[in-house]
Design a protein around this ligand. Structure first.
Ligand code: SUG
Length: 451
């Protein structure tokens, strides 16, 4: 078996990072509407996490941000004239739509796509489906550019199979890897893919949240599993508990995380939770499957949403051939602000399970919009041939970290409020920065202003 790794591709925070309160159902986003943002700090916080994972010996990639404000979308809505005219008219008439077109939300690459490793797919290629993100307008305009960026990072047809996003209607609402987890023995072996959905779109009688939207549908998850050529007996569909969506769990990765033989989740994460566990154990097939379930009496769902305990990364720190599993849990510093959560984490790493180390990151800029460590990364399992076929200019090493940090220092503002989004100078700064970035990462022309 070829040496296989799980690479994490983090989204680089874009120059327009701001707090516009765009995501109903995402409590942090709503609560922080109009707070002053710091795009420079946000980007540097993200880069620090990337560098640390690289320093741990993991393969860490970076995905470029998108062109924002998205003048092209505004023009599609009838605004015309020069770019400055478009911005001024949109700011006057529809400030909320301008804010949507200026969001740096592509930074949360857990929502960029669903990825199935070649060990799971019938054509032995790595499959990618960019998420249509059609539940929120500001995110629905990401998938075309996301597709182009993914193709320029994973640009070899022999190893990579790129699909277009699903139909952009809420019947097929798809939020990508945030609702998808893979379990396996070794990364290079066939795994079990778990798709978590919020509702069934074509059956209104089925359970669904009542207060906040269920962003992912079963129909979308099944379509992805079909087009990724997954094996039926290794694919599981589970419904998220609708009650917790109403408490702010807008993606499954806010309440559960998995890696290899470990599922770490809240006891209320899923509907019919015991069935979900049985299905997973059966599909996984070996008896070393760990389910670490946190009871409500220990940590309430609301506390999990606030601290983002489950929006953690579980990183295997032992190599494939080692028999003893060893994992590090990467959590946001917000977990330290809550005593119960902090105490729980101390017990977790001391207990008899594969998780035995904690790494804490200050990701406050992203967290204010509901984006923790797991939101910021897209996992791509790659064997050595596939890794060699990946655009190596997008893999973090000491030099790229320094180059990107300097690039951020040079181009990013350190304060941004909503009124700035209409500033034509911000658009020029953003395009100048991204044009330079495509050269650093050798992406070719991926942005509309370059095509
Ligand atoms: O889609 N927030 C993002 C956060 C995405 C988190 N991703 C995962 N859980 N994987 C969202 O709700 C807020 C933007 C604003 O309000 O300005 C936002 O889009």
């Amino acid at each position: 078996m070829k040496k296989t790794v799980e690479a994490n591709f983090d989204g680089l925070v874009g120059p327009t990072h701001n707090y516009a309160g765009l995501s109903i159902g995402n409590i942090a986003s709503t609560n922080n509407q109009s707070v002053l943002s710091n795009p420079k700090k946000a980007a540097l916080q993200g880069l620090t996490k990337m560098k640390s994972l690289h320093d741990m010996g993991l393969v860490q990639g970076v995905l470029a941000p998108q062109e924002r404000p998205d003048i092209h979308s505004l023009r599609k809505l009838g605004f015309n004239g020069t770019d400055a005219d478009v911005l001024a008219k949109a700011a006057k008439e529809v400030p909320f739509i301008l804010a949507s077109c200026a969001s740096a939300s592509s930074m949360w690459t857990a929502n960029a796509a669903t990825v199935s490793p070649s060990a799971d797919t019938a054509d032995n290629r790595v499959h990618f489906t960019p998420a249509n993100l059609c539940s929120k307008f500001h995110r629905s305009i990401e998938h075309e550019t996301t597709g182009r960026i993914l193709k320029s990072v994973f640009g070899n047809d022999e190893h990579f199979n790129h699909h277009p996003a699903l139909f952009s209607t809420t019947h097929f609402g798809d939020e990508g890897a945030a609702n998808h987890t893979r379990f396996c023995n070794q990364y290079g072996e066939q795994g079990v893919e778990l798709f978590v959905y919020g509702r069934e779109a074509f059956d209104a009688a089925k359970p669904a949240p009542v207060k906040f939207p269920a962003r992912q549908t079963l129909e979308a998850s099944k379509a992805i599993a079909r087009q990724h050529l997954l094996h039926e007996n290794k694919t599981i569909f589970a419904q998220q508990n609708p009650n917790i969506i109403d408490k702010g769990v807008f993606h499954n990765d806010v309440i559960a995380v998995g890696n290899r033989n470990v599922l770490f989740c809240h006891e209320q994460a899923f509907l019919n939770q015991a069935n979900v566990y049985n299905n997973l154990r059966q599909a996984y097939g070996k008896d070393d499957f760990f389910i670490i379930e946190v009871p409500e009496s220990r940590i309430r769902v609301e506390t999990a949403v606030k601290s983002y305990l489950f929006n953690s990364q579980l990183l295997s720190t032992s190599n494939d051939s080692s028999s003893k599993e060893s994992m590090t849990i990467v959590v946001p510093s917000d977990c330290q602000s809550d005593q119960q959560v902090e105490r729980y984490l101390e017990e977790l790493v001391a207990a008899d399970n594969p998780i035995n180390d904690i790494k804490v990151f200050d990701l406050r800029q992203s967290m204010n919009n509901g984006g923790g460590p797991a939101c910021l990364r897209l996992r791509v399992v790659l064997n050595e041939t596939e890794l060699a076929a990946t655009n190596s200019n997008c893999l973090i090493d000491d030099l790229l970290f320094t180059t990107l940090s300097q690039w951020v220092e040079k181009h990013y503002r350190d304060r941004l409020i909503e009124a700035d989004l209409a500033d034509p100078q911000l658009l020029i700064e953003s395009r100048t920065a991204l044009d330079e970035l495509t050269q650093i990462l050798k992406l070719g022309s991926v942005y509309q202003f370059q095509i």
